[in-house]
Ligand binder design. Structure first.
Ligand code: PMP
Ligand code: GLN
Length: 380
């Protein structure tokens, strides 16, 4: 076959996790917890299966789950969302993102993405025959230069994709960011796709500001979420997309042919779990403690740390340790020679720039973090 995607290789997450497995390294690369999800979730799945919920769920998602999502969004974020016409349950955030991108973009359209960018956005844009237009954000704070975003808008621009909180930058939007985004979207009649999978993993008392909370953005945005992040179950691959009724109707036209519907017993279990009030409330403190634990060890090992305001990632500058190595080479060296796997931040930039930064995932048991810290302690 003549490849339609000659430039696409294996994702950095598959690559580094495979290297970690091959070398027996502690895997702080790909983002996933190494601890169990809540036992009641697991019981919910088996109960649903035994009760006979083993056939197709309704195309947009189980009504009970969509209602539970709407109730949670009201309780956690004060958002009013119509469960019937604004929520679609998807096979993880990845499918929701792809579906939104394919729903909006035609061949020749442009979509603005902010780099560092999560790795699934650009390929999904290119697969539509559309063009990613990249704005790069710089360490240490990765603030968005909204004037640069406005200047990148052309007559072909249809969509702006944002990731808030940002993987891997760990930055979060302020109300001023939302206002600036809304102003550009309104002025040029653009749609917005907001990847908010880390909505509950925001630290140091800050709060997540969703595009759905902004009146202008509310009507022109798709917001995407994942139960993998909030319920420590990345392997379940269940997420959802929230968008105004007109956008959701278009989204579902494609959703029904991409996946039709998502695993029925998982949806039953998630609906029951969501109804337990406040499950998200302890998440930030839980992960903040892990962040601080890893940070102490990384600093002692000689890394210089960037602030980690959100997500379950920590960016670390290794200039003092191996200034001679590029990011991928450093991540491979650390995995092979010191038994700790990380992700080179260059993987999130199309130009593969070298800022001497790697990303560590701290969604791990205390003993895993401590074992990694012990290994890193022998670095210098
Ligand atoms: N967006 C971002 C920013 C992510 O970090 C991830 C995965 N960690 C996803 C989307 C994909 O989520 P899912 O596993 O639910 O497809
Ligand atoms: N989002 C996860 C990360 O950033 C990885 C998901 C994946 O492997 N596709 O590490």
């Amino acid at each position: 076959i003549q490849s339609k995607f000659p430039d696409l290789g294996l994702t950095i997450f598959s690559r580094m996790s495979a290297l970690a497995a091959e070398t027996g390294a502690i895997n702080l690369s790909q983002g996933f917890p190494d601890f169990a999800c809540d036992a009641s979730l697991l019981e919910g799945v088996t109960a649903a299966m035994r009760e006979g919920h083993n056939q197709y769920a309704p195309m947009p998602g189980l009504p009970a789950l969509r209602q539970a999502i709407a109730a949670k969004m009201a309780a956690a974020g004060g958002l009013e969302v119509d469960a019937d016409h604004e929520i679609t349950v998807c096979a993880g955030a990845t499918q929701a993102l792809y579906t939104a991108i394919a729903t909006v973009l035609r061949s020749g359209d442009e979509a603005i993405i902010l780099e560092p960018a999560y790795d699934s956005y650009a390929p999904a844009i290119v697969a539509q025959g559309a063009v990613p237009v990249r704005i790069s954000l710089a360490a240490p704070d990765f603030a968005v230069d909204w004037a640069a975003v406005a200047a990148a808008v052309s007559g072909r621009t249809r969509l702006i994709i944002v990731n808030n909180p940002n993987n891997p930058a760990t930055s979060v939007f302020s109300q001023a960011d939302l206002a600036a985004l809304a102003e550009i979207a309104e002025r040029h009649d653009l749609l917005v796709l907001s990847d908010e999978v880390y909505e509950h993993l925001v630290f140091d008392g800050r709060r997540h500001a969703s595009v759905l909370s902004h009146p202008q953005l509310r009507t022109r945005s798709f917001a995407v979420y994942s139960f993998g992040k909030t319920f420590h179950a990345t392997g379940w691959k269940v997420g959802y997309c929230v968008a105004a009724p007109a956008l959701t109707a278009e989204f579902r036209k494609l959703h029904q042919y991409l996946v039709f519907s998502v695993s029925t017993p998982m949806q039953h279990a998630l609906a029951a779990h969501l109804r337990q009030a406040g499950h998200w409330q302890g998440l930030a403190a839980f992960y903040q403690a892990k962040r601080d634990r890893l940070a102490m060890g990384l600093r002692a090992a000689g890394f210089e740390l960037l602030p980690s305001a959100a997500t379950y990632f920590q960016l670390a500058d290794y200039s003092r340790i191996r200034p001679d190595l590029g990011e991928l080479a450093f991540a491979e060296w650390l995995t092979r020679e010191h038994g700790v796997a990380s992700i080179p931040v260059s993987a999130f930039y199309a130009d593969g720039r070298n800022n001497k930064l790697v990303r560590f995932c701290f969604a791990k048991k205390a003993e895993t973090l401590d074992a990694a810290i012990e290994r890193l302690g022998r670095l210098t």
